[in-house]
Every structure is written in C-alpha cells, then in structure tokens.
Design a protein. Structure first.
Length: 208
C-alpha cells in the first residue's frame, strides 16, 4: 500500500492546485459582485467569499508541503516510479501557474491586468507548457523522459515562494504598501527570468 502513497499525494496536490486556484478566483468575483449588485445579501456572500479564500490559502500551502513530502517518502521507502517522476513536476506547474493566472485574472476583474504583471505570468506559463510538452513527447520513445534539473528545482522553489507570498501579504495588508508590492513584482520578473534560463538547459538535454 505504501508504494502508492507518494503518487496519491501527487494526485492530491493536483486536486488542491486546481480547486484552490478556482476557489480564489470565485472568492474575488463574489467579493466584487456583492459590493456592486448584492448589497442586501452582502453578509452571506462576504462569508462565502471568506470561506473560499481561506480554502484557497490552505490548499496552496498544503499542496506545497506535499511537494516535499511525496518525494521524501518515495526516496525513504524506495518506491520511486516513472509515473511519479512524470506527474510530480506537472503538479508543481499546475500549482504555481494556476495561482499566478488567477492573480492576473483577479486584477482584471476591476480593470485591465497591469502589463508588468501579465507579461511575466505569461512567460512562466508558456515555459511550463513547453517543458511539459517536451517531457510528454519523450514518453514511449527509446529516450527517457527529461529529468528535473537542479536549476529547475531552484526555479520551482523560488516560484512557489513568489506565488505564495500574496496569500500571506494580502490578509495582513502588506500589498497596500508600494515597496512590498514592488518587491513582489520584482520577484515575479525574477521567476520569469529563471524560466527562460532553465528552458535552454532542457532543450540541450533533449538533444543529447
């Protein structure tokens, strides 16, 4: 049974990534809609929005924990598998990309998404789509799937920190401070830069 636990944790992380990102968006939409059109029932909708926001925050950080836990258990029990090696980076990308896309969409609810947020998010998402395509393209051929590089792991860790920061900073009111918001946007651009550095390495290993 324990041979399947790491992969089950990975599937659980995929569920948390998708449901958490969706909950965050719906929470923001309800919050905006209740302010504009549902004033009479604002208390009910405010509670719903808060519950969804709490779930979204909890889902992200629980998923981030499983990112470490599934790999640790697989190595500890020596039950590493090809399926786990394939799904683990996909789950990571769904977590980061899902929440980053939702951040951009939320900013667009009350106006246009700022270019300085939209551009790095698009770069990160497109890179991850390209890497996933390259990995899946190697399945079933004589070549092994492309392993995750050290730089790729560093990029993923940094991206998770940048993605998770607003979930802590927003409830504390930190994002209202210009220097904190600027710090986060700089981190977003740094993540995008790391994605461009790592994809070159993946292309080289794909050709080897």
């Amino acid at each position: 049974m324990r041979a399947h636990i790491p992969n089950l944790l990975t599937f659980f992380r995929i569920f948390l990534a998708v449901s958490g990102a969706a909950a965050l968006y719906v929470s923001a939409w309800i919050d905006l809609a209740s302010d504009e059109t549902l004033v009479g029932a604002s208390g009910i909708f405010d509670r719903a929005a808060l519950a969804l926001a709490i779930f979204a925050v909890g889902a992200f950080f629980l998923a981030a924990i499983t990112d470490w836990l599934d790999g640790y258990l697989a190595r500890l029990w020596q039950v590493e598998s090809a399926l786990g090696a394939l799904l683990d980076p996909i789950a990571d990308k769904l977590l980061v990309d899902g929440y980053l896309l939702v951040y951009a969409l939320i900013l667009g609810l009350s106006g246009d998404t700022p270019v300085h947020v939209a551009v790095p998010v698009i770069v990160i998402v497109l890179r991850d789509i390209a890497i996933t395509y390259m990995r899946l393209g190697g399945r079933g051929s004589h070549k092994a799937s492309i392993p995750v590089s050290v730089m790729g792991k560093v990029k993923t860790t940094f991206a998770m920190m940048v993605t998770g920061f607003p979930l802590i900073a927003q409830p504390l009111g930190w994002l209202a401070l210009d220097w904190v918001l600027g710090f986060w946007i700089a981190g977003l651009w740094a993540t995008a830069a790391l994605t461009l550095l790592t994809i070159a390495g993946y292309f080289r290993r794909k050709q080897d």
